[in-house]
Design a binder for this molecule. Sequence first.
Ligand code: ADP
Ligand code: ASP
Ligand code: MG
Length: 405
Amino acid sequence: MARIVMKFGGTSVADLDRIRHAAARVQREVAAGHEVAVVVSAMAGVTNQLVGWCQSLAPLHDAREYDTVVATGEQVTAGLLAIALQQAGVEARSWLGWQIPLRTDGAHGRARIAVIEGAELLRRMAAGQVAVVAGFQGLGPDHRLTTLGRGGSDTSAVALAAALSADRCDIYTDVDGIYTTDPRIVARARKLDKIAYEEMLELASVGAKVLQTRSVELAMKQRVRLRVLSSFADGPGTLVVDEDEIMEKELVAGIAYSRDEAKITVRRVPDRPGIAANIFGPLAASGVNVDMIVQNLAADGTTDMTFTVGRADLPRAEAVLAAQRASIGYAEISTDPDVAKISVVGVGMRSHAGVANTMFRTLADKSINIQVISTSEIKVSVLISAEYTELAVRALHTAYGLDGA
Ligand code: ADP
Ligand code: ASP
Ligand code: MG
């Protein structure tokens, strides 16, 4: 007998038939004698609609009210799955974030989990009741609802698995595992049997939406046995494991892309000490994350600073920079939301040179212009025009020898 956490993503609970299907999967585990907690996402598309409503009313809306709105999607699916389970003869009870409680910090819209008080869930699970937990949401120190950032149900699931000392955390989704790149844009992407935590962490952080970055970080830290598998077809899925559990290490594990970035260029800033701090300090203070940065010097002693922020943060970043115009002293600001970040990731890069060069050469051969570059120990990222996203990912997938049959 094992204790397991099963997480169903948006497409896996997209309508009542799929919710019944998810219930049947849960029932199978219960019938096998396991103690089960289930974490659910909102029905596919629902969170986008809720976010859209907030943005339409006010681009710079209050993050506490945003959380009140966007957390509702998971309340619906948690209740429905509990009903479907009961209907199938499985004892079940739904739990919202505040009822557990799953406590978070106060960073509304992208809160971090602080602690999960799991004693009552454990007691009921031991008595045979399935706990159906609304993902993505928690309770902040201000006693208000919080949400964990887009894709946050993955993190709810891993955190719950850690808090309940679960034997494994199974993430059920609409693909049958983790691939060398998004199988929806590269038909020859290969499914991996195993991937190292570090590689999955890096892939997630540069845009591979199959797992939320924090969920991988948490699984790695808390030693949660994490698996990604299909909710529609039976199969072993992909296990996320320690690096030394993978015998055959590839140079490049995978390729990811993100269209969620926007480029900002601050033009003709006086080139003197403190200018980067003047620009990035106020952005950080307003909760805007800056990702890639490049600085160009002009002959006249001014500099252009180009950087990327999350696309959703663009209105806030523009507002902050406009308010700081006098202290930064720039001539103008231009923005471009039509960019994509393409990244290649692999632990093999630690010991092999030339990975970045293969990337630059491959993109050059396709006449794709690179706007910004950033690198880390196991990753190279470039910013390109969004229209070339698919072309770039496919070309790189082939160039690194990742194509499957
Ligand atoms: P869920 O709603 O179940 O959380 P997501 O849409 O968040 O599902 O994540 C699954 C999607 O992640 C897949 O449909 C796929 O398009 C995308 N994806 C991106 N990169 C990868 C990858 N390397 N391997 C598998 N899926 C990926
Ligand atoms: N429903 C939330 C989202 O769409 C959380 C999740 O699906 O993981 O971002
Ligand atoms: Mg997801």
